[in-house]
Structures are given as C-alpha cells and as structure tokens.
Design a protein around this ligand. Sequence first.
Ligand code: NAD
Ligand code: UDX
Length: 479
Amino acid sequence: MVIQKICCLGAGYVGGPTCSVIALKCPDIKVTVCDKSVDRINQWNSEKLPIYEPGLDDVVKQCRGRNLFFSTDIETSILEADLIFISVNTPTKTIGNGKGRAADLKYIEGAARMIAEIATSNKIVVEKSTVPVKAAEIIMKILRANTKPGVEYQILSNPEFLAEGTAIVDLVEAERVLIGGEETAEGQKAVQDLCWVYEHWIPAKNILTTNTWSSELSKLAANAFLAQRISSINSLSAVCEATGADVSEVARAVGRDSRIGPKFLEASIGFGGSCFQKDILNLIYLSECLNLPEVAAYWQQVVNLNDYQKTRFTRKVIESLFNTVADKKIAILGFSFKKNTGDTRESPAIYVASTLLDEGAKLHIYDPKVEHDQIFYELMHPLVTSEPERIQKGIEIHSSAYSAVSGAHAIVLCTEWDEFKTLDYKKIYEVMMKPAYIFDGRKILDHEALLNIGFHVQTIGKRLSRTSSIRAQGSQTMP
Ligand code: NAD
Ligand code: UDX
C-alpha cells in the first residue's frame, strides 16, 4: 500500500509536532490530526498554537491548509486514512487496580473502538503513545473482534522519542526511528510501508525494525535509563553537599568516560515532565505483574530518589529561612518542568511551591511561557491540596521576573530558563528583603557573583561558602 492519507488521533504534545513534521517532509501525503477536544483543535487552527515548542509555528505555517489539517471530524479522517497513528494520552491510573502505577489505557481502548466502528477499508494502525508491553494486543483484539467483512488491520508499534523543548529538531534529525510489527508477511509489509513514510527524511540506517513487544519495551526502557541517570547524579549531589565535592565537576569527570558519556548528568531539583515518572511506574507495575519483584524494586528506587531530591531541596529552602516561611514573600522563578516549554506536567516546581504554600508562604511566581491559569490549576488541583481557596490567596502570578522578586525574602529558581542567567541581580538585590536568599535549583547562576553582591546562595550539589567572597569584598558582614 502506498500511504497517501494519514490520520492521527490525539493532537497533543506528540501528535501535533510529529504530524506537522511528517506533513513538512512528505508533501505527497495528506495528514489530518484529530482530537476530541474542540478547544484544542481550534487552537491548532489559530495563530496561537496550544503548545509552545521552538520552531513549531514555522512548520505549521508552512503546511497547514496545504497537506496538514487539524480537525474534530474524526469519522471522515479515519474513513479516508491508509494509516492511523494513535497518539492519545496514557496517564497513570488514579483509581482501581494498579492505581498510582499502571498506565490507564482507556484512551487507547477508546481510540481502537472508534477505528473499529468507523473503518470500512484496510488500515495500518500505529501505536505512537507510550504503552506497557503487550498493549498492541489490546488494540489487535478490539479491532479484529469488530472487523467488518473485507477490512484488515495491521498493528504497529512506533514509539516517539522526542523531548519537549527540542521536539522539532528531535523529529527532523531523529537519531533513530523504531518500528515494531508482527512477524507475518502482512506485518512486515506494514512495517515497510511505515518505513517508507519516514524515509522521506530519515536515513534508512536510522530506522530500526523489531518485533512489536521489543518496540514497546524499548520505549519504557529508554525513559527508565534516562531517568536513572538523573537520579544517579542527584543521589551524588547529596554526597557532594555533605563533603565539599562539586557535582558539576564530578559529572564532567565521570561523563568523560566514553562508556558513560556526558549527557543527562545535570543534577537538579528532580526530573519532571509527563513521561519519566509515569513510564517508570508503568515498568514497575509490569515487572510486578510478571512476578519480578527485584526488577520492580530496582526501578522504584529511581522514583524514590527523585522524590527525595525534591523534598531535600525544599527542606533546605525552609531551613535556611530560619525554619519558617509563614507570611514570607518568596519569588518562584520558573514553573515549567524544563526550559523551552510551557508544559507543567509533573513539574518539580509544583512540589516546591505547594510545600511552601502549606508552610504559609506568599508565593510570587513568574514563568516566561506557562499560562497563568495553568499555575493555579496545578497548585489548586485536588491531588495537591484540600484547601484550594487558602492556596489561591497565597499565590500571585507575575509577567516579569523583576516584579516577582520585589520585596521578596528569597528567590527559588525552579526552571533553567536562559533569561534567568542574565537578570540584573544587583538591581534585584536592592529591592529584596535582607538578608536576601537565592536557591538555585538548576545550577545555572553565577554563584560567586551573587555572593559578591551580598546574596545568601544555595544550590544543588555544591557547598557555597561566603567566606571567599566576603574576603574579596572586604567589609560585607554576614547575618
Ligand atoms: P496529550 O495529553 O498532550 O495529548 C493527547 C490528546 O489525545 C489529548 O488532546 C486528548 O484530548 C486526545 N484524545 C484522547 N482520546 C482521544 C480519541 N479517542 N480521539 C481523539 N483524540 C483523543 O498527550 P501527549 O503528551 O501528546 O502524549 C501522548 C502519548 O505520547 C502518551 O502516551 C505519552 O506517554 C507519549 N509520549 C509523550 C511525549 C511528550 O514529550 N509529551 C514524548 C514521547 C511519548
Ligand atoms: C523525555 C525523554 O527525554 C524523551 O526522549 C521522551 O520521548 C519523553 O520523555 P521530556 O520529558 O520532554 O523527554 O524532557 P527531558 O529533556 O528528558 O527532561 C525531563 C526532565 O529531566 C526535566 O525535568 C529536566 O529538567 C530533567 N533533567 C534532564 C535533569 O534534571 N537533568 C538532566 O541532565 C536532564
């Protein structure tokens, strides 16, 4: 089959950018991205896209209306598509069996049932969402149990490896594309059809083909490995703070070993984002179901360490501020889970902010890309607080870092946005309460310069002493 029309179910952080790049690179294919959410589709069709992703606006502008369409008309798109991506959300279950760990596959099942109900011709159905191993079997069972006469399905696994904030580059210059399929002749033919789509811009040697289950597991494995590196370096950051070693120096020395490599060794206040925790929990649950408790315990520790890191950092903030933050004004710089995205899912800033709010602090929050309503949504969510009204009163959202810090006792930097590196900290020091504190949860600021200005500075994985800078300044007294 030559793929002429593609439909994608789910116009989120993955479906939107992935299909936009497919449309860009495959002008001969009509790509329609569908969602149940009318709001989301309206935004994709507007000037202000629903997600902030560097480079995405340009790609959408080039293709939208040409061979890229965003639509709520799921029926027509399924009917005419040769290939359907399922790119719906797979959150952690919040109720029932496996609550708090297992992936909730209700949206995957819903998408499969929609396809089964609507399709009247052969389809290649591609699982793009991240799922537990064997999820393709669920899709297969639903589709094949509801097949109309003459309609055949092939189910492929094609997990997505993009990271938010760099999604367009990750898609355009993908290090690898992974496609898993059934080992039958028809299955392999479908694999080749999807390879053909990617070969429009990805060198064939970078397209890996495997069986379906290897492909599904590789996605969970990749995220587990990446998160494990962060928890490993974060565990060492605590050792550094206790000993006087510097975690950046340790990461540099360790990462120089080509077997280890330098990437993903940045100690932080903990990893966030919609994927790492969810996918490791998914792997843990899968291991338990397979009666592999030692494997489950191994990966559980990666999550535990991440929780420890968030708690450790927040405790440090409170203890440094004389063990009470009640009624103190604290500026939170950055709320997204990493720079270059407006996404706040599982952002470590949520834990930091909600703990400080519980302690009675008045938070003044600034993030360059997160919508103000989104910050309230996260901090007033029933899973975060049982007192949303009290929490709301403790939060003020700002449109600039300078207005957030004015009159603050402390700055808590939660996201590594570049603009925070170049703020005028002398000016900021002048307008803050004294002693003025900065807690750099991302190790991005010039700590020596801040100490020289007079700030009390704490960061991750490094003890900062004011002695050297005080000596340099001559007269500054330490409270
Ligand atoms: P998202 O929540 O941003 O988007 C999912 C969309 O699917 C929502 O807009 C929802 O309304 C829609 N939807 C649900 N059921 C539908 C249906 N039956 N028909 C049409 N639309 C439907 O989620 P996301 O971040 O794009 O993630 C999607 C999947 O990709 C998840 O499994 C995730 O784990 C995986 N993934 C995410 C990332 C990432 O960086 N966000 C990276 C790789 C993989
Ligand atoms: C991740 C994977 O990188 C991507 O391949 C997968 O498809 C989806 O999940 P994402 O969550 O978008 O992508 O961002 P990523 O860059 O991996 O960062 C995740 C979290 O880890 C962020 O909170 C980030 O700040 C943190 N991080 C990352 C660190 O704390 N230290 C690091 O060295 C790297």
